[in-house]
Design a protein. Sequence first.
Length: 159
Amino acid sequence: FFGVQFDKWRFNDKRWNHIPYDKSDPWNSFSDENIQLEFEKTFITEWRERGDYLRIATSHIDVLTVDKRALYIMATEVASAIDGQISEDGKQSWLSVEEFKKYHKDVLSLTYDEAVEISLEELKTMVPVRDPLWEEEERLREEYIKIHGERVYDDEEDE
């Protein structure tokens, strides 16, 4: 499991200072976008099992361009490192790293500053909707725990 979170309002970039957000309910704003890299099934099985695929998932269905850029960079770096391919449609089709870069060149070619400027405009119209993937994952995790019980950690594992 590897997670990246970019808290835009704590970052030293004053452009974010005047954007309203509710820190008490980060799921209901774009203040934090969690981008997680993990094997499928790890959350559901409390890290007892791994799926056959790595996946990158975000907190929201629609993400700001600055976060999308980070996600695309992460996907290309990881896929390049493991000589992998990337699917954006639930494993129906696969793209090579180069095909993915070409397909998303409009976002990948942006500088960080350009991506922020676009994102500040997006905030005026985008509505944060939590990705339903997480509710489904939580439901499947609860079912798994009912069958297999809570995970018991060995003290030596924590060291």
